[in-house]
Design a binder for this molecule. Structure first.
Ligand code: NAP
Length: 246
């Protein structure tokens, strides 16, 4: 049976770490690669880890070129990079805006850098590692709050807008892939609210039973992927596999 290779970008995060673990345990992949800014705590045995700063495009390009030169092709690539509330460069406090007065250019820049631009650069460089005869899936962790149609609450300007921009990048890429890499299926995934560092400051507001483990959302994603195809992509879906309005 054909076994492809899988790559997880952001393999150090709460969801990324769990994803590489489940990919290894599934036995469905020949090799599992994990790339991240920092080396993961509690690395998973058998994963080919690499650390690099995704904000340096040259490093992203060189890493992908090395994989290509080694003849590595992927059938699954998942990008888990994202930021919601964090400390950015030069001690920049990044916190979701509650009102217009909270909007700041440096913070907006950081949201767009991490949630839209870094995934876009990875998209640009991994495409060559996915195209070919085998059906291949490229998943980006987005969020339901990126849905323009579904936005009833407002707030979180930078996070919502930067993930909505990611969704648009995914949409454009699927159209281009339909011309030049018909085997690639693009997915924008909402994992639900998952108990990781990213959601930690907001977990007290989550209704009972709605705070998922990383294991749960990753299991759901891996279960849903085989049902998706490039012909009706890109898919903007949640952890139940249900479509989210763009
Ligand atoms: N958790 C949730 O409830 C939830 C809900 C909806 C969507 N999501 C999305 O799911 C994805 C994974 O989130 P998570 O919950 O696993 O969060 P997490 O534990 O905070 O992981 C975030 C990942 O993004 C990486 N990252 C952050 N800033 C970066 C930068 N400047 N350059 C390179 N890498 C950077 C982190 O790398 P380092 O480890 O090196 O910092 C880490 O690998 C994110 O895209 C998030 O927006 C999560």
């Amino acid at each position: 049976m054909f076994k492809g290779n899988a790559l997880v970008i952001g393999a150090s995060g709460g969801i990324g770490k769990t994803l590489v673990k489940q990919l290894i345990e599934s036995g469905c992949y020949e090799n599992v690669y994990g790339v991240s800014r920092t080396f993961p705590e509690g690395p998973v045995k058998g994963v080919n880890y690499h650390t690099l700063d995704s904000e340096n495009e040259t490093l992203v390009s060189e890493y992908c070129q090395q994989l290509k030169d080694s003849g590595i092709q992927f059938t699954l690539v998942v990008c888990c990079i994202g930021a919601l509330q964090t400390i950015g460069p030069n001690n920049l406090k990044v916190k979701p805006e509650k009102r217009l007065e909270d909007i700041q250019s440096q913070q907006l820049n950081y949201y767009f850098t991490v949630n839209s631009i870094l995934p876009a650069l990875w998209l640009k460089h991994v495409e060559a590692l996915l195209k070919g005869a085998q059906p291949s899936t490229l998943v980006f962790f987005s969020a339901r709050v990126a849905s323009i149609e579904d936005n009833q609450l407002g707030g979180w300007y930078g996070y919502r807008a930067s993930k909505a921009a990611l969704n648009m990048l995914i949409k454009c890429a699927q159209i281009e892939c339909q011309r030049r890499a018909k085997n690639i299926c693009l997915v924008s995934y909402h994992p639900g609210t998952v108990a990781t560092n990213l959601s930690q400051p907001f977990q007290s507001n989550v209704p009972e039973g709605k705070l998922f483990t990383a294991d749960f959302t990753v299991t759901q994603l891996l279960r849903i992927i085989p049902s998706l195809s490039p012909e009706n992509g890109p898919h903007y879906i949640d952890w139940q596999g249900r479509d989210i309005p763009w």
